[in-house]
Design a binder for this molecule. Structure first.
Ligand SMILES: Cc1cc2nc3c(=O)[nH]c(=O)nc-3n(C[C@H](O)[C@H](O)[C@H](O)COP(=O)(O)OP(=O)(O)OC[C@H]3O[C@@H](n4cnc5c(N)ncnc54)[C@H](O)[C@@H]3O)c2cc1C
Length: 494
């Protein structure tokens, strides 16, 4: 599919000035000056740019890569939003207060309630603005049933499409809006006055050439730091040896430079792990495989956890098992129910699943103890039939544990994305340790503190993109408002 129609700029020198003629004393220092400079062309940066543009101020995105993809392109393109029309069309009752309660419960109250509130109440209006003004084809994913801490159907996406299509379509919308994206431009330095007001940045271009770009406001949307091994070892040592399945550009540049500017950082030990990265394909078994009734066993055929309890923290029990992998076991019916999901389609196309018609055949094929595996499946079936939690506390409800014909995926646990970063307020303004806001710096997405608590257990499904899209919109609007723009969505009343 040829979705990609990006409006990119190859060179900075000689570019037209943007916006309303912002002349400052610093102007002569810079190649050119823009009102809003957005660092990073992932979901957060792209949405921030659309929001600023709609508010009447023209932004510029700088992106280190030749083609903006980011973590967003690796994702399933699914994100939470509460109180949407799409939910209502499916008879789902949800609102910001319910979403906020779910975030606080999942994080055991250990997240920033101000950011959580902004995201919980801002997500639905953000999604609908992007649907209405920018024709983003998002709708409730009715296959993603309430699970892992979301108390209701809340996950939205573009059915049949993943994160790659999402980012390409967002950049098509940027091009249609006439928003410039300066590619191969890596932020290496932020230039600020003694009052903390940012005046511009230094960017590195191909060949190591350095250029200086002035800005009236700065939005940091450069993603997380999971590819920065030194930072991972420092802030989340328990994940330092984990497989990394995220974007290689996630070095935490924006977080490090923001901190140098005087910003506070928070929840730096927070991250999104994942327990079901297929080996050797490197494709995620979608969460639906568990939601529909799949189980995970170790190399002895033993279950070891309630697989439906924690989408991100599950990586740890999987990594703690003997050997170097586990098995996700589903059946043909579960595979069929998930076949609309791009990752499952890819796994089917690659014939990644081992297939067997009996427990004995499956165990033989995977090298598991057949009696152990049979006992695990029998216990799960008995718990489901009795309507009682199994010995791990898994409540099966209507979901049936796998039955012949079986499918099995070899999986490893991995770290996908970090969730801590620059401390912001509910308007995405970057804060200092004393709680005061830096004068003209905003952040969102992986670069900012998210709402997943301090560690790996507080991540609700589809919160990474929710934070990127919602905080991106808020950051773009707040930056524009500071320059006289008029936000389209604004701050929804709680
Ligand atoms: C395999 C996988 C699956 C996932 N699935 C989901 C999902 O379905 N739902 C969900 O909610 N979350 C998911 N996530 C998490 C989600 O993808 C991220 O939370 C989200 O994409 C973050 O968006 P972002 O815009 O902040 O960062 P990114 O998309 O990473 O964008 C940041 C951009 O900044 C650029 N950049 C970085 N440093 C610089 C610099 N110094 N100068 C210039 N540019 C720079 C990068 O190149 C990149 O383009 C998944 C993550 C992974 C790895």
């Amino acid at each position: 599919m040829a979705l990609f129609a990006m409006r990119t700029l190859g060179v900075a020198t000689g570019m037209p000035r943007h916006g309303r003629g912002f002349q400052t004393e610093a102007m002569n220092e810079f190649e050119f000056t823009v009102p809003i400079l957005i660092v990073g062309g992932g979901a957060c940066g792209a949405v921030a740019a659309l929001a600023a543009h709609d508010a009447g101020i023209s932004p510029l995105i700088i992106e280190q890569d030749a083609r903006p993809m980011g973590t967003t392109s690796m994702s399933q393109g699914l994100f939470c939003a509460a109180g949407t029309r799409s939910q209502a069309e499916h008879g789902v009752h949800d609102d910001g207060a319910t979403f906020l309660a779910d975030i606080m419960a999942k994080t055991k109250g250990q997240t920033d309630p101000v950011i959580a509130r902004a995201i919980a109440f801002g997500s639905g209006p953000t999604l609908e603005w992007l649907q209405d003004r920018h024709a983003m084809p998002w709708a409730l994913d009715t296959g993603f049933r309430p699970a892992y801490g979301n108390s209701t159907f809340r996950v939205h996406g573009w059915q049949g499409h993943g994160g790659k299509d999402m980012i390409e379509l967002l950049h098509q919308r940027l091009a249609e809006a006439g928003i410039d994206v300066l590619t191969q431009a890596r932020l290496t330095e932020i230039i600020a006055g003694s009052d903390g007001r940012v005046r511009g940045v230094v960017i590195e271009r191909p060949g190591g050439v350095q250029e200086r770009v002035g800005c009236e406001t700065l939005v940091i949307a450069s993603g997380g730091f999971a590819a920065n091994h030194e930072m991972v070892a420092r802030f989340m040592p328990e994940a330092a040896q984990a497989r990394y399945n995220g974007w290689e550009g996630n070095r935490g540049d924006g977080i490090v430079l923001g901190e140098k500017l005087g910003a506070a950082i928070a929840d730096m030990g927070s991250y999104q792990g994942y327990a079901m990265l297929t080996e050797p394909q490197g494709i995620s078994v979608p969460p639906g495989a568990i939601i529909e009734g799949g189980i995970i066993v170790n190399i002895h055929g033993k279950r070891f956890v309630d697989e439906s309890f924690d989408i991100a923290g599950m990586a740890h029990p999987v990594m703690a098992q003997p050997g170097d992998h586990c098995w996700v076991i589903i059946d043909a019916g579960i595979e069929e129910a998930c076949a609309y999901i791009p990752e499952m389609r890819d796994l089917i196309a690659l014939k990644a699943a081992r297939q067997a018609d009996s427990v004995e055949a499956l165990a033989g094929m995977l090298g598991l103890d057949a009696a152990t595996l049979a006992a695990e499946l029998a216990e799960a079936r008995a718990a489901q039939a009795a309507g009682t939690p199994d010995r791990f506390g898994r409540v099966w409800g209507e979901d049936l544990p796998p039955a012949p014909p079986f499918r099995a995926f070899k999986v490893v646990g991995a770290i996908y994305h970090t969730q801590g970063g620059l401390q912001i307020d509910g308007q995405a303004r970057v804060l200092r340790p004393d709680g005061s806001a830096l004068p003209n710096v905003f952040a969102g997405g992986g670069a900012a503190r998210g709402v997943s608590g301090p560690s790996s257990w507080g991540y609700l499904p589809a919160m990474g993109l929710c934070a990127a899209v919602t905080l991106g919109r808020i950051a773009g609007e707040t930056a524009a408002q500071q320059l006289g723009g008029t936000p389209v969505v604004g701050m929804p009343s709680a």
